[in-house]
Design a protein around this ligand. Structure first.
Ligand SMILES: Cc1cc2nc3c(=O)[nH]c(=O)nc-3n(C[C@H](O)[C@H](O)[C@H](O)COP(=O)(O)O)c2cc1C
Length: 572
């Protein structure tokens, strides 16, 4: 149930997660044989199962010692979901129904249809009823399922006689972009239309996904303190990140293997960022070289913005001369006399949270298609994915080149000795106030990104926004010395506003850019995704009485619900 819930709704509410796990709570206590083997008997049995599970679960949750205790309202909500009340109008109840049907099709159907008393007609009938209970998003996931040929045939027959436009020969199409109005809509579409391996790669997070979820949920715990009666007729999102003018504080975080999501991968992200006037960070593990991506961006003429900075992110290679060669293509001036080349990039992000790659189980579990392995070999690292006994994680198996031996003492001076003086150096992956302070005290560092790699590396590390609060508590002077950026879990304009109020100069989006890029949407999808966030940010600013990014202040947010989570002292 949990696995299919993650596909159907990657960011489920805690109530939905609990209801999902408790779906068949103590079901064995009421055997099917205790009711007549007729349709009315079956329906009465089902109704009894649901109501008993909801009642027993409520009792258990009321008497449990869960901390913090669940409120009566929360317990009632979980029970209502288990009873699947108001199925047609309650989105979460429908998701739960989808998940139950998907588990039946995935896990039980093959055995079920082999039972001697089952003939084709009975099975097709059952399939039709199952199908009728599911939403279109559930149907799309079911159609992508890896089933036996016989099961596929039976489903085809069931659908063919019921609804010809949804036969497996004409798979459903992604909805029109205009119909997607929140970032969550993009995730739902991606769960349905991304190839399973790509979806697993992009969505996956380390082990139990706790940091991944808290990256987002901690933003919801921070509340806003709006001011009124201020003229907000003109709102500007324009700002400066690391000395570069941009149209919005949103930037595209570096993400690897863009071709798995769209054939033009990072080139297409670059075209979208140029049209949006926002910054893009190119990953060392991109699907194209820096030069190829810059060529694509430079020859793309559509943009009303004069600036669209491109930065580079470095994963240091164990063989450091390879990193040195790579940096020289991105950061050294073109040869004199105009013999090709590109202007040096202004900023280098050094990723410091990945001496090794985290354990991302969803990515490990879904196997590679060996025929595509060579097409996803990142050209700047030349490390094609090679599944092993641990699994098939694209993140891990393409990262064997990563150096685990970076240090403050050696790596920073080494990089500074290679980079031009004017290049800004940013440490990406700071997860404690102490390291933020250390970065601000280390010569040659111009900025940091508070990031836990989108919860992909070490689970139960603090959400990025919590680290921002920690810096306020222990080392507020950091904000005066270096630029502090943040990424991880940003899904709403209110999240961005909160980060800006708490001192972030820019806000990175990782998975979201890929949700926009994929499902066939390309740069229009990226533009729509960022456009939705920009729009929400503008609304938030207007409703809080703030007209420009520079005016965002800590006074507009109340963090008291989160403050008790901060440590009592700085790091050892
Ligand atoms: C598919 C994927 C690939 C990523 N690749 C890189 C990478 O090559 N280098 C890097 O520094 N961070 C990488 N990240 C981390 C992002 O830069 C960013 O820190 C994170 O995704 C932000 O969290 P969010 O996805 O919740 O927005 C990757 C993230 C994803 C989802």
């Amino acid at each position: 149930m949990t696995l299919w819930l993650a596909k159907r709704k990657p960011d489920p509410s805690p109530a939905l997660q609990l209801a999902c796990r408790a779906q068949h709570f103590r079901r064995w206590e009421i055997p099917r044989s205790s009711y007549p083997m007729t349709r009315p008997g079956y329906l009465t049995w089902r109704a009894k199962l649901k109501s008993q599970a909801a009642t027993q679960l409520s009792e258990l949750l009321t008497s449990s010692e869960i901390q913090p205790p669940l409120s009566q309202e929360e317990i009632d909500r979980i029970a209502a979901l288990v009873r699947k009340e108001d199925l047609k109008n309650d989105e979460e109840a429908q998701i739960l129904e989808d998940v139950a049907c998907l588990v039946f099709l995935d896990d039980q159907f093959d055995d079920f249809e082999k039972k001697s008393e089952m003939d084709d007609e009975k099975i097709i009938n059952i399939l039709k009823k199952t199908w009728a209970k599911m939403s279109p998003a559930g149907h799309a996931l079911a159609l992508q399922m890896d089933m036996s040929d016989r099961a596929k045939l039976l489903i085809q027959k069931a659908l063919g006689t019921r609804n010809t436009h949804q036969s497996t020969t004409s798979p459903p199409q992604p909805p029109p972009l205009e119909s997607l109005i929140s970032t969550h809509d993009f995730v739902t579409v991606a769960a349905t239309f991304f190839p399973p391996k790509t979806y697993a790669f992009v969505s996956s997070a380390a082990t139990d996904g706790i940091t991944h979820r808290r990256n987002s949920s901690t933003y919801s715990d921070i509340t806003l303190r709006p001011r009124v009666l201020r003229d907000v007729s003109s709102i500007s999102l324009a700002t400066t990140i690391l000395g570069q003018a941009v149209s919005s504080p949103i930037y595209a975080s570096p993400t690897s293997l863009g071709k798995t999501v769209h054939p033009e991968g990072e080139k297409e992200i670059g075209r979208a960022c140029k049209e949006l006037g926002i910054a893009q960070v190119i990953s060392t593990s991109a699907s194209f070289t820096v030069s190829e991506i810059l060529d694509a961006i430079n020859s793309h003429q559509q943009s009303s913005f004069s600036n669209h900075p491109v930065f580079f992110q470095l994963y240091v290679d164990r063989e450091t001369h390879k990193s040195e060669a790579l940096l020289s293509t991105a950061f050294c001036p073109p040869p004199p006399g105009g013999g090709g080349g590109h202007a040096p990039l202004p900023v280098l992000f050094l990723t410091v949270d990945s001496p090794v790659v985290g354990k991302r189980e969803a990515d490990e579990r879904v196997p590679h298609n060996p025929t595509t392995t060579t097409t996803i070999n990142p050209p700047m690292t030349n490390s094609p994915p090679t599944p092993d006994t641990k699994g098939s994680s694209l993140g891990r198996t393409t990262a064997s080149f990563l150096s685990p031996s970076l240090t403050w003492k050696q790596t920073i001076p080494w990089l500074r000795s290679i980079l031009p003086k004017e290049t800004k150096l940013v440490l990406k992956g700071i997860q404690s106030a102490s390291d933020a302070f250390l970065a601000s005290e280390t010569p040659g560092i111009n900025g940091i990104v508070l990031s836990n790699h989108g919860g992909r590396n070490l689970d139960t590390t603090p959400p990025s926004i919590q680290v921002l609060l920690e810096i306020h508590k222990f080392y507020p002077q950091v904000f005066d010395k270096i630029d502090v950026l943040i990424d991880g879990g940003i899904m709403r304009g209110t999240d961005i506003f909160k980060a800006l109020c708490l001192g972030a100069k820019g806000v990175g989006i990782g998975r979201g850019i890929l949700w926009g890029l994929g499902s066939g949407y390309g740069r229009e999808g990226v533009k729509r995704y960022v456009g939705i966030l920009n729009d929400e940010l503008e609304i938030t600013m207007a409703l809080c009485g703030v007209t420009n990014v520079g005016a965002c202040r800590a006074g507009y947010v109340n963090t008291s619900v989160v403050d008790h989570l901060l440590p009592n002292s700085g790091h050892p």
